[in-house]
Design a protein around this ligand. Structure first.
Ligand SMILES: Cc1cc2nc3c(=O)[nH]c(=O)nc-3n(C[C@H](O)[C@H](O)[C@H](O)COP(=O)(O)OP(=O)(O)OC[C@H]3O[C@@H](n4cnc5c(N)ncnc54)[C@H](O)[C@@H]3O)c2cc1C
Length: 282
């Protein structure tokens, strides 16, 4: 197995263009597991950990551009104020060791339906920046993830960064697992309030082939909340919201839970995250 360790993004892109079958390595917390279990035997590894451009983040006109190689630990420590939903989700990923190595770039490229970094990106209008020697393109996250473990990355491309709208209101993320840490989510919900647009963004994770935006629930609750007065959410509206979010899930029965349980848990998480965010509003 060949091993490449470029020190600039330009160099990394040259190698990817010359060797499209080479497999990028960021934190290695997905890739090394696959190699150890012999699910993957790449002909070449493209180690991106020495590429400084991938490890930077910067604010950009109401948005934040985050390099694909920024770890969960750094996201939590450095971006918890600007991207609270993503930071809360990052805190639930693996263990401290996994968070010290793992990246949202890797989570995006793996595109697991259970990837915890993904739902908060959907609720913050994220774009994924794909780079190659041919140039750079920005793809909305919902178009980037094309199916379970499938993405729009071309063989000569790398994820350079993702960019997300800075929080304009409270955000939350909650997941259900069989224990408190180090588990794959049975289901999850990310939620973000965008008060200026009077919009609630909600996305369900791990209860379908890919993250699912709860469009009908979003439209319903955006019109039902007392945005001017901040009054309590009417019980009927809360119940309806939970039902609508659960209704957008496409859960399956598997070893982690039944479809019926997942739908119920999504309903509960949707109501809970809405109440949490609304209690912090305005
Ligand atoms: C013990 C354990 C617990 C875990 N717990 C969780 C959890 O709670 N929640 C969760 O969501 N995940 C969890 N994971 C999975 C994993 O940690 C995450 O998916 C993580 O985000 C992967 O990031 P990474 O940087 O380690 O990626 P890597 O393993 O380095 O790469 C993952 C994939 O992305 C590709 N890739 C990486 N960077 C780029 C790039 N810049 N451009 C293009 N392709 C790229 C790689 O080729 C590979 O296919 C866990 C893993 C372990 C081992």
């Amino acid at each position: 197995m060949d091993f490449h360790r470029p020190e600039t993004l330009a160099e990394a892109l040259e190698i990817k263009a010359e060797r499209p079958a080479s497999v990028p390595l960021a934190g290695g917390t997905d890739l090394m597991v696959a190699i150890n279990f012999r699910e993957s035997r790449p002909e070449a590894i493209l180690d991106l950990t020495a590429v400084p451009e991938l490890c930077e983040w910067s604010p950009d006109d109401g948005r934040v551009r985050v390099g694909a190689g920024v770890t969960y630990t750094r996201l939590i420590e450095e971006l918890g104020d600007r991207l609270p939903g993503l930071a809360i989700a990052s805190r639930t990923v693996g263990s401290l060791q996994i968070r010290n190595r793992g990246t949202v770039g890797g989570n995006l490229a793996t595109a697991s339906p259970a990837g915890d970094g993904l739902p908060p990106l959907y609720t913050a209008d994220a774009f994924v920046e794909l780079a190659s020697v041919r140039g750079t393109r920005r793809v909305p996250v919902a178009e980037f993830v094309t199916g379970p473990k499938r993405t729009a990355i071309e063989p000569d491309e790398l994820i350079a960064a993702f960019d997300v709208a800075s929080a304009a209101g409270p955000q939350q993320f909650a997941k259900v697992g069989t224990r408190n840490a180090m588990v794959i989510a049975v289901c999850s919900v990310a939620l973000a309030l965008w008060p200026e647009e009077r919009r609630v963004a909600a996305c369900v994770g791990s209860a379908g082939p890919m993250p699912l935006v709860a469009t009908e629930a979003e439209e319903f609750i955006g019109g039902a909340l007392d945005w001017d007065g901040g009054g309590a959410i009417p019980d009927e509206a809360l119940v309806r919201f939970g039902e609508l979010v659960a209704g957008c899930a496409r859960p399956i029965d598997d070893v982690r839970g039944t479809a019926r349980y997942r739908s119920h848990a999504v309903d509960v998480l949707a109501r809970r995250t809405l109440q949490w965010t609304w209690s912090e509003y305005p």
